[in-house]
Design a protein around this ligand. Structure first.
Ligand code: AMP
Length: 289
């Protein structure tokens, strides 16, 4: 029967009031609620978070908001891919119950003046290269968590620094929500999925593969005892010769608090951000025995 093959269209709400009305109904019925924040242009990485959310809750909300506050003045806000209809179809098929897709004025009404700043953590790595980026992230995520009031919210390890900052702000502000992290989903050849990968030409897409390859090789060398400074220097040079014009950073940090590590003496994270053409790619992996 065709009915069995069709997915019901996903309810889409664009106001905080409508979002809260749905959540209130679910709560009355005793449901546990999960939130998966996204900027859309959904791929299998986002959908893996949806699946994790389904496992953890009775009702799953996805949000779709291309947050102007986390883009710098010369960044890709205007050209960021916007594919809401396809996103809604993918979310419906993935078992999402509600899409919250607010407008910019709904999130930032005239006179909006508040910013959430996670000191220290927000200034390093991507924060050094993108001043103000994590203030924009922290502010919008805090708003989404207060708007949807989920029991659990899911974020990808692809954005390791973002996940660390969100865990910190939830602890610091006593937000009553569990934060879950989802493993990085990669293409078959190893490149981490990203909404920004569509910017890459076929040649750049091919060269971009150097990013996960360099991180994997660096991890092996660090675990093998090569001095960390030497490994990081060689990793940057290899990325350059592979076609990455600018390396924002290649760093080894404490896995939990992102303190830079000059020696591998505890569970660590190896993180990199680099530009290929006009596209900035990030990736990271765990370094642990
Ligand atoms: P974005 O739409 O890029 O803001 O990402 C929304 C969420 O999906 C964030 O929590 C990201 O960390 C996560 N995400 C993005 N790409 C991946 C990936 N390749 N694997 C796992 N999670 C991802």
């Amino acid at each position: 029967m065709s009915e069995l093959n069709t997915t019901d269209p996903l309810p889409i709400v664009r106001t905080v009031a409508a979002l809260r009305a749905h959540v209130a109904d679910w709560r009355k019925a005793g449901a546990r609620v999960a939130l998966v924040p996204t900027m859309g242009a959904l791929h299998a990485g986002h959908l893996s978070l949806l699946a994790a959310a389904r496992d953890k809750a009775d009702r799953v909300i996805a949000s779709l908001f291309v947050n102007p506050a986390q883009f710098g003045p010369n960044e890709d806000l205007d050209r960021y891919p916007r594919t809401e209809a396809a996103d809604a179809a993918a979310l419906a098929a993935a078992g999402c119950d509600l899409l919250f897709a607010p407008t910019v004025p709904e999130m930032y009404p005239a006179g909006f003046a508040t910013s959430i700043r996670v000191g220290g953590l927000a200034d390093r790595l991507c924060g050094a290269a993108r001043p103000g980026h994590f203030d924009g992230v922290a502010t919008v995520v805090t708003k989404l968590l207060l708007q949807a009031a989920p029991d659990v919210a899911l974020f990808g390890e692809k954005d390791w620094q973002q996940l660390t900052i969100i865990r910190r702000l939830v602890r610091d502000l006593d937000l009553p929500v569990e934060i879950g992290g989802g493993a990085i989903v990669r293409d078959a050849d190893g490149l981490a999925l990203s909404s920004r990968n569509i910017y890459l030409t076929p040649d750049q897409r091919h060269r971009a593969l150097a990013l996960p390859q360099v991180l994997n090789a660096a991890r092996k060398d660090i675990l093998g005892g090569t001095p960390v400074a030497d490994v990081l220097k060689a990793a940057g040079a290899t990325l350059k010769s592979a076609g990455f014009a600018t390396i924002d950073y290649v760093e080894l940090t404490d896995a939990d608090d992102l303190t830079p590590l000059a020696a591998f003496d505890r569970p660590a994270r190896l993180l990199a951000a680099a530009w290929i053409g006009s596209t900035r790619l990030i990736d990271n992996l765990a370094v642990a025995r």
